[in-house]
Design a protein around this ligand. Structure first.
Ligand code: SF4
Length: 252
């Protein structure tokens, strides 16, 4: 009798911890308990991480930064959106701060998150080759992203994340003062132009962004998935090179 009572107590304890799943088929039970447990763990981790988000992680005068280095040091601990809690590195941007060309992608990926430098993974290597094909080294341009921290699983950044992070890019643009911006992919274009454009609407055109010439081409990651688009991308970057040469010819 006491053995039976002990079993009942033990079952009630399990039920308290794991819910009614205890009472379903044995095989399903083990699997489902595991899933429920893992999900619970993920939720707890998320809560811990979001509790770590400090609203004081950015210098409150960051928007008065007078150079890129100062801007970087003012915002590099940013935790203003959830991506701050999951990133390994804050990826500010790299290249020549005096360059007339700014290239803007979407967000850091896994390699960039590891090393804190934009466009160094597979897509980044392709971007480097594309630049070399029009006789630019990476060090002659400046490369940044719409957002500075990697979204988990390389998902698209959410609107809230973009809204939170875009002011940093705007400040970067103000300090860099580029003549030309090359936007890579639709996230970059639609963030800058506040639209919902398709690639066919904007590619091959010279648009304007705050008094600067804006050209658009495919993101290198998209070119890796669809190599047939490389020919169009080649036309786009050749156009950038020609416009740059013309500008330099007139202003040197
Ligand atoms: S993505 Fe931008 S806003 Fe979000 S934590 Fe990183 S730097 Fe801050």
């Amino acid at each position: 009798m006491s053995e039976l009572i002990n079993k009942i107590y033990a079952n009630l304890n399990y039920q308290k911890q794991f819910g009614n799943l205890l009472y379903v088929d044995k095989d399903v039970k083990v699997k489902d308990l595991k899933n429920e447990f893992i999900n619970e763990e993920v939720v707890i981790k998320k809560e811990v991480k979001s509790n770590n988000i400090s609203k004081n992680s950015v210098n409150k005068n960051w928007d008065k930064s007078e150079s890129l280095d100062i801007l970087r040091s003012n915002i590099h601990n940013c935790m203003e959106c959830e991506l701050g809690a999951t990133r390994k590195s804050f990826v500010f941007g790299s290249g020549d701060p005096k360059s007339k060309i700014l290239i803007i992608g979407e967000a850091p990926g896994a390699d960039e998150d590891e090393q804190g430098v934009p466009f160094i993974g597979r897509a980044g290597k392709l971007l480097t080759k594309i630049l070399e094909a029009i006789n630019f080294s990476r060090d002659e341009v400046y490369i940044a992203n719409i957002i500075k921290c990697r979204p988990p699983e390389n998902r698209r950044p959410t609107k809230d994340e973009v809204d939170q992070c875009e002011p940093y890019l705007k400040k970067q643009i103000e300090l860099l003062n580029p003549e030309f911006i090359l936007a890579l992919g639709l996230t970059a274009v639609n963030t800058l132009l506040k639209g919902d454009y398709k690639m066919k609407d904007v590619r091959g055109k010279v648009l304007e962004y705050e008094g600067r010439k804006l050209l658009i081409t495919y993101h290198p990651a998209a070119l890796l998935r669809n190599p047939t688009w490389k020919r169009q991308a080649w036309e786009d970057v050749k156009q950038l090179r020609a416009m740059y040469d013309e500008y330099m010819g007139k202003n040197s």
